[in-house]
Design a protein around this ligand. Structure first.
Ligand SMILES: Cc1cc2nc3c(=O)[nH]c(=O)nc-3n(C[C@H](O)[C@H](O)[C@H](O)COP(=O)(O)OP(=O)(O)OC[C@H]3O[C@@H](n4cnc5c(N)ncnc54)[C@H](O)[C@@H]3O)c2cc1C
Length: 433
């Protein structure tokens, strides 16, 4: 297929999700002079923190550099996973048995929490407890997965082994070598979930100020003074909820997160019979490659949403979309002639220990570093930070008890990423992925 026929006539460089939400009323065009709490960033972290703290009796103002949800929270794949990458054995070596167990327990708690929270808030966002299929890109990876499947139940994690000869029951592809199904995982519509949170915040009285970038912060006595593009705000407390968009405003946090761009394509509508062949059980899919790909059917099962990182550096959207299409066709040759209707990208935040972190540094609260798996965890830690801002022990979390480390000479610009990603991609390809 030549590039000229790869894109639909109405192709857009914008999240597919935004087709199904309309702008909300009630945002504040002006910045108030005073707040009990200033939340910087209006994604899942910021809004869940704001909602909890406002309902607890504090006046919260959310500052957002773009439109609400400008960051990852309207750009993700809508895959709800446990949000912690390292396994129990690795965590135990680094943090001891008690903290390691607490990390796993809280990652599972985030899965249960998002389900209950969406139901309690009556947010209509296509939440579906569909389960995840994690596909092995090599026979060796499949063997490792089988070993994991024996220990995971002791950690409270359900996993079902799918050998290669049964793979077609999960995925219309022969690309992989089997894999594991994680039935506790789920999916949602990223922007509908975000908009539901936004409306609940506005109902509760949170003041949300779009196009208001926080530029500088300092503290006099017990009050924080924030200069923004719309003037100044004084607040008793501040929460940083900027994740992959963390910049010079908070250098301590910036030195601890590694911003990485990830992109998605949406296909044009595909015949129902094809979707039923490709993703028969409507699961979300990821694979075991170091440079991971993740995909799913759209909530109405009309399209495939296929995401990943396709270049070592940042490239033009049309080029990354073309490369993602190539990757999609390697997995699903059935989609060779299927065009791309949307592409978009966003910036996720990795950390050096591959764990999210929350807490308080130098008088400033923060929660960030979800390592590309923040749909459940960002909201969960946002809620926890909301309680911490209220002084409640409901805000206790192990992610505030573990050291948040940086590396010498790292200032927030990940110069090491392009060679690292190129090497990972080479290793993945060598193993057949
Ligand atoms: C392409 C892509 C696919 C993904 N897929 C998945 C997935 O399937 N499952 C999953 O679990 N996770 C996924 N993620 C990650 C997930 O979306 C994020 O972890 C989560 O949304 C983070 O939420 P957040 O509120 O912390 O940050 P964000 O939603 O990124 O919000 C941060 C906000 O801070 C604002 N901001 C930054 N600086 C300032 C400032 N100085 N002043 C004012 N505002 C500021 C930004 O404008 C931004 O809106 C994906 C991410 C991307 C990009």
């Amino acid at each position: 297929m030549s590039d000229s026929t790869l894109f639909t006539e109405d192709y857009q460089v914008a999240p597919y999700w935004l087709e199904h939400v309309t702008p909300v009323d009630g945002l504040s065009p002006e910045l108030p002079a005073q707040a009990d709490i200033a939340v910087i960033g209006s994604g899942y972290t910021g809004l869940n923190a704001a909602l909890t703290a406002q309902r607890g009796g504090r006046q919260v103002v959310v500052l957002e550099a773009g439109m609400p949800g400008f960051g990852c929270s309207t750009r993700n794949g809508g895959q709800i996973s446990a949000g912690v990458k390292p396994e129990l054995a690795t965590l135990t070596q680094s943090y001891g048995a008690t903290n390691a167990r607490a990390i796993i327990e809280e990652s599972l708690a985030s899965l249960a929490w998002i389900k209950t929270s969406i139901a309690n808030e009556h947010i209509s966002c296509d939440y579906k407890p569909c389960g995840l299929f994690n596909a092995a890109h090599s026979a060796r990876q499949f063997d490792a997965m089988c070993r994991d499947a024996e220990s995971l139940p002791h950690e409270g994690i359900d996993a079902i082994v799918i050998p290669k000869h049964e793979q077609r029951a999960e995925l219309g592809s022969d690309f992989y070598h089997g894999g594991l199904v994680f039935p506790q995982h789920a999916s949602l519509h990223a922007a509908k979930y975000h908009q539901g949170l936004l409306l609940r915040c506005l109902d509760a009285g949170v003041i949300i100020v779009p196009y208001c970038k926080a530029l500088h912060m300092n503290r006099a006595h017990s009050e924080h003074h924030i200069d923004t593009t719309l003037g100044a705000l004084n607040a008793n407390d501040v929460l940083i909820a900027t994740n992959g968009y963390t910049e010079q405003l908070t250098p301590w946090q910036q030195r601890r997160v590694i911003p990485i761009s990830s992109s998605i394509i949406a296909t044009e509508p595909v015949a129902e019979s094809v979707i039923n062949e490709l993703i028969p059980n409507d699961r979300t899919i990821t694979d075991s490659r170091r440079v991971v790909f993740y995909y799913r059917a759209s909530p109405d099962r009309s399209r495939i949403l296929f995401g990943g990182r396709v270049a070592a550096g940042n490239i033009e959207p049309n080029i990354s979309a073309t490369k993602l299409h190539d990757e999609m066709v390697r997995v699903f040759p059935q989609l060779q002639a299927t065009k791309i209707s949307h592409t978009w990208s966003g910036s996720v935040a990795y950390t050096f220990d591959k764990l999210p972190h929350a807490g308080k540094h130098d008088g400033i609260h923060y929660a960030l570093g979800y390592c590309g798996s923040g749909v459940a965890m960002a909201g969960y830690l946002g809620m926890k930070m909301g309680y911490r801002l209220l002084g409640s022990d409901k805000g206790d979390t192990v992610f505030a008890n573990i050291a948040f480390k940086t590396r010498p000479l790292y200032s927030g610009k990940p110069w090491f990423l392009p060679p690292m990603i190129a090497a990972y991609r080479w290793l993945d390809r060598r193993e057949g992925g």
